[in-house]
Each structure stands twice: as structure tokens, then as C-alpha cells.
Design a protein around this ligand. Structure first.
Ligand code: ATP
Ligand code: MG
Ligand code: MG
Ligand code: MG
Length: 564
């Protein structure tokens, strides 16, 4: 490809709303452009990377024996009503009506649709086990879309669903997928960990999340210092031994934190030590006859949860974000825990928004967002625990260390959760109708691109892992437009590289050398071949790896062999 025919859309300015480096670099390198909050277009350069993630994922799915399908984004409400999720899902589900006033939604995930397909298409136990997958656009009306394609409202997911006669078969396919996921993230060249996740459904259900390790990750993961134990903090908390707990009759105040605030801010307000957070909040609450819990996110969802909690600890009153804004006379978006909580505590009213926040990471910077998902049973008050660095590992071996991760994949043994509700069965060997068991397996294809950048960048731009790079080699001629001989040499090398099957970007623009270099560093091409006067005089080129600061001189005749 030539840059005169494949324009690079690099920009100098960092957009004001780009809080994390991957978002900034994706805009600056010209990979994506914002359409509206949480909605992005992929430019040609970005799409090349996205397609690489897709291809590596698709290849592993095929190797794992999964069959590709493609299901609609627009989905009739009836299927979601069958499983009860039409009511349960909350405002993240984008709902709409068609011209006949019938209810539809835009699929955030496809369990209902695949289960409907399977109950119609699968008839006999002989067809099992079977795994279907698709790579398709998902819509989630995220309460706070942010970080570019990391948490967007429309994104590409690879979602797979398996169907089984029994638990042993589900377990087997689950392990196949677990290995396929590990292969995918290894091929992508990412540092990742698979961690035990809280399934949140019927007890005993098994689930793992795959996290790309990055300091900016929204999730906290807990590792044992002495064993392979790794869990997301939510799960580690669920397993943590219970200690002191407040009496069930303790009055309770829930404090709204509409955005992520530094733990110092909240602790200053509550006059507690930053490392103590929830435990201390409970202790302090007991002293004062109050328990403070920090919540953020979706109001409606948590109102339901809090109503249940009210049965545990009273008294509670409810306030919407709008109520708080009115009560505190502050502007939407400007409310923080300090300005906000004071009148709320005084009133003993609560504000409820989405995820449950119950802890601080060790460096005390942010709360851990602990997601009591829609289908999670409400935690007992005694279960509201936080895991901190140095706690004993739940497996009894060593101590907990914490790290930040970006959830890029999630695999799950669903059992009969959907197949039962939708009566998806087959005829078994005994000739009887039997409900199938299911597994489901997701990878956030578009999020992977952002996560890869979050993990691989420097002050000059992106450093793509080889298998993700939009081009492998940049061919950079110096002042080619002033020398016919150099032009001929560069053109020849371009042909030779292409003929050797090397994915090369030939910078044939009439631009300064410094401009070329900074563009190639920003967009993260792993290898640069620089041709100039020396190439004509001595038959050498300069080679520079994106990961190194220094250039190497290579004989022109060695270039192909060197790059292959
Ligand atoms: P999160 O906890 O980050 O909200 P999730 O647990 O809701 O993610 P899943 O339902 O497990 O997500 O979906 C499978 C995968 O889809 C996730 O592991 C993640 O990689 C990706 N994903 C989920 N939500 C988004 C989003 N809003 N934007 C981009 N990718 C997403
Ligand atoms: Mg989510
Ligand atoms: Mg999650
Ligand atoms: Mg998940």
C-alpha cells in the first residue's frame, strides 16, 4: 500500500474527552473517529487491525470446531420475555418499536436468539454437542460510555454458544474454549490472565474472565503469591472469610458516587484512612449508628436491589440522580461525593446508580467497581467485603496481590438457564424430550484493539504486537522526489517486498523525513526500512525497529531475508 493511496489520518490534537492513552492514540493515529457518545467509525487503518483480531479469533473458533452463524441485531421482544430478561435487563437494553407498534430490542448479547435457533434446528442427541459462533455488532446503551471503543455503545463481539446433553460434555467444550481463548490472546501477543469470575447465577455455575493486564484497567484482579489462584476481586470477595459485620438493624445510608472519585476525596470527607474504605465505613457507621455504602450507576436497577436491602437494614429512602442534583443545587456532571453526600447523609436518603462500589485498590486511587449484575442475588450485608493486598488467598495458599485488568473475554457455563426457560430440548437416547445444557463464550473484538494499545505504547505512539500491526513494514524513502534514481530503487524494493508477501506501507508522500518518522511511530509499524543517498552510494539501507531507539545499517541485498 502507498500512503498516497492509503491516506494516514494522523492528527496532533488529543481530544478533550479521551481520558486514557489508547483512546487518545486511536484518535491521533487515525484508527477511529467519534460519531457521538460511545459511537465510533473505524477508518481504513484501524479496520485493518480490527480485522486481524477477528481473523485470529475466527481461526481459533474454527480449530475448536465451532460453526459460524450470523444472527440479527434487531430482535423481537417475545424471545426476551420468554426468559424474563425483557424486564430484568434494565436500561442498558436498547428498546424500540416497529411501525406496527411491536416491541423490539437491539441485541446486547444473543442467548435468546441462539436458543430459539437451537430449539428449532436441533432435534436429536446425535447432533450434540455443537457450538455456534458469530462475529457481530452488539448494542448496549451503557450508562457511561467512555474510553473510546473500550466501553462503547456499539461494538463488535465474538459470541459463541454451545449445546450439550450433559454436564460432562459442557465441561469438555468449556475447556476447549478456555484453551482457544488462551491461544487467541497468545497469538495476539498480549499479556493476559484468565481469572475465576463470579458467575452471578445459580450457585456452582462456572465462569472465567480473560483480562489484559494494564494499569488503566477498570477491573481489579486478585492473585495468590504462592499458587495459580487468580480471581476477579468480586469473586475473591465472595470467597473471603467473613469477619465483623454490622447488626442487621443498623440504619443505613447509601452514598451516591456518580463518577469514579479518588478514594482520598471520599475518605477526607468521611475522615477515614484511605486504605480502610468499606471495612472502616462499616465500623464508622456502627459507631455513629450508620453504615455508608457507596453506589454508582443505574438508578432503576439499584432501586430494586436497595428495596431488598431495606429488608436487611432500615431505614432507607430513595433519591434519583435528578433529586440529588436538585437537593444539592449542583449541576449534572459536577456532583461528587463531597458536595453530594453531606445533605444525603443528613437526610438519610439515598441515591442509587449502577454498580456497587465496595473497596479501594491498594494504591488508594480508585474504588473497585463491583458489579452485582442484573441476575445476581442481592448480597447479604455480611457479604459486602473487600479484598485488600496482603489478605490470605481464598485457596489457603499465600497472600493476595492485586493488579488491574481489562476484561476482554468471558466464558460461562450457563447450564439450563436459557434452554430451560425457552424449552430448548432434543430427543435423547431413551426417546425422551430432554432440555439441553448450554455454555456461552464472548470476546470483545473492538475492545481488544484498545486493550492492546493500553498495554503496548510509548511517548511516541502505538507499538503494535506483530500479529496486530496494520502493516508489518514501512518503506521510507528520504527525499525521493528529488532523485529519479532513488525513486527507482525505492519502487523496486517496494515491488520486491510485496512479491515476498510482506505487508508493506510505502511512504511515497512528498513530506519531510521527520514527518514520516513521527507518523510511522505514532501508527506503530513494527519495522522501518529507510532508503536514501547511502542506498545509492553504498548499497545499504537503514533499519529501525519500533521497539528500539537506534538504527542499524543493512546491505540492500539482505533486506528481504532480514524481514522474513
Ligand atoms: P464489562 O464488565 O466491561 O461491562 P461485560 O461483563 O458487561 O463487560 P460481557 O457481557 O461479558 O461484558 O461481554 C463479553 C465481552 O464483550 C466483554 O468481555 C468485553 O470484552 C466486551 N464488551 C462488553 N461491553 C462492552 C462495551 N460496552 N464496549 C466494548 N466491548 C464490550
Ligand atoms: Mg457490562
Ligand atoms: Mg464484566
Ligand atoms: Mg463479562
Amino acid at each position: 500500500m502507498r500512503t498516497t493511496q492509503f491516506p494516514l489520518n494522523t492528527v496532533k490534537e488529543t481530544p478533550a474527552d479521551a481520558e486514557i492513552i489508547s483512546h487518545q492514540l486511536m484518535i491521533r493515529a487515525g484508527l477511529i473517529r467519534k460519531l457521538a457518545a460511545g459511537l465510533y467509525s473505524w477508518l481504513p487503518l484501524g479496520l485493518r487491525v480490527l480485522r486481524k483480531v477477528e481473523k485470529i479469533t475466527r481461526d481459533e473458533m474454527e480449530k475448536a470446531g465451532a460453526l459460524e452463524v450470523l444472527m440479527p441485531t434487531l430482535q423481537p421482544a417475545e424471545l426476551w420475555q420468554e426468559t424474563g430478561r425483557w424486564e430484568q435487563y434494565g436500561p442498558e437494553l436498547a428498546r424500540l418499536k416497529d411501525r406496527h407498534d411491536r416491541d423490539f430490542c437491539l441485541g446486547p448479547t444473543h442467548e435468546e436468539i441462539i436458543t430459539d435457533l437451537a430449539r428449532n434446528e436441533l432435534k436429536s442427541y446425535k447432533q450434540l454437542p455443537i457450538t455456534f459462533y458469530q462475529i457481530q455488532t452488539k448494542i448496549r446503551d451503557e450508562i457511561r460510555p467512555r474510553f473510546g471503543v473500550m466501553r462503547s455503545r456499539e461494538f463488535i463481539m465474538k459470541d459463541a454458544y454451545s449445546f450439550h446433553l450433559d454436564q460432562a460434555s459442557l465441561q469438555e467444550s468449556y475447556e476447549v474454549m478456555y484453551r482457544a481463548y488462551s491461544n487467541i490472546f497468545n497469538h495476539l501477543g498480549l499479556k493476559f490472565r484468565a481469572v475465576i469470575a463470579d458467575s452471578g447465577s445459580i450457585g456452582g455455575a462456572i465462569s472465567h474472565e480473560f483480562h489484559v493486564l494494564a494499569d488503566s484497567g477498570e477491573d481489579a484482579i486478585a492473585f495468590s503469591s504462592a499458587s495459580d489462584y487468580a480471581a476477579n476481586v468480586e469473586k475473591a470477595e465472595a470467597l473471603a472469610p467473613t469477619g465483623e459485620r454490622p447488626a442487621a438493624s443498623t440504619p443505613m445510608v447509601l452514598v451516591d458516587t456518580p463518577a469514579q472519585h479518588s478514594i482520598e476525596e471520599v475518605c477526607t470527607f468521611l475522615t477515614i484512612a484511605p486504605t480502610q474504605c468499606l471495612k472502616t465505613l462499616i465500623v464508622k457507621g456502627e459507631e455513629e449508628g450508620l453504615v455508608a455504602l457507596l453506589l454508582r450507576g443505574d438508578h432503576e436497577l439499584n432501586k430494586i436491589k436497595a428495596e431488598k436491602l431495606a429488608g436487611v437494614a432500615a431505614p432507607l429512602t430513595f433519591a434519583s440522580e435528578a433529586d440529588i442534583i436538585a437537593a444539592c443545587a449542583c449541576k449534572p456532571g459536577s456532583i461528587g461525593p463531597i458536595g453530594l453526600t453531606m445533605p444525603i447523609i443528613a437526610d438519610r436518603s439515598i441515591a442509587l446508580m449502577a454498580d456497587f462500589v465496595c473497596g479501594a485498590n491498594q494504591d488508594g486511587k480508585h474504588y473497585q467497581g463491583v458489579n452485582w449484575g442484573r441476575d445476581l442475588p442481592l448480597p447479604e450485608l455480611a457479604d459486602l467485603r473487600t479484598v485488600v493486598e496482603g489478605d490470605p488467598s481464598p485457596d489457603g495458599q499465600g497472600h493476595i496481590t492485586l493488579a488491574r485488568g481489562i476484561e476482554v473475554g468471558h466464558i460461562f457455563q450457563l447450564g439450563t438457564k436459557y434452554s430451560g426457560a425457552m424449552k430448548a430440548g432434543i430427543i435423547n437416547e431413551a426417546g425422551k424430550h430432554q432440555i439441553m445444557l448450554m455454555g456461552c463464550y464472548g470476546i470483545g473484538i473492538s475492545r481488544v484493539v484498545a486493550a492492546a494499545i493500553e498495554q503496548n505504547h510509548d511517548g511516541r505512539g502505538i507499538i503494535w504486537p506483530t500479529n496486530l500491526a496494520p502493516f508489518q513494514v514501512a518503506l521510507l524513502p528520504m527525499n525521493m522526489h528529488k532523485s529519479e534514481r532513488l525513486k527507482a530503487l525505492a519502487e523496486q524494493l517496494y515491488q520486491d517486498l510485496q512479491a515476498a508477501g510482506i505487508d508493506v506501507l510505502f511512504d511515497d508522500r512528498k513530506v519531510r523525513a521527520g514527518f514520516m518518522f513521527s507518523d510511522m511511530e505514532l501508527i506503530g509499524i513494527p519495522h522501518c526500512i529507510i532508503v536514501g543517498d547511502k542506498s545509492l552510494d553504498n548499497g545499504t539501507v537503514e533499519y529501525k525497529a519500533r521497539t528500539s531507539r537506534d538504527n542499524e545499517e543493512l546491505p540492500l541485498t539482505d533486506v528481504l531475508a532480514f524481514l522474513q
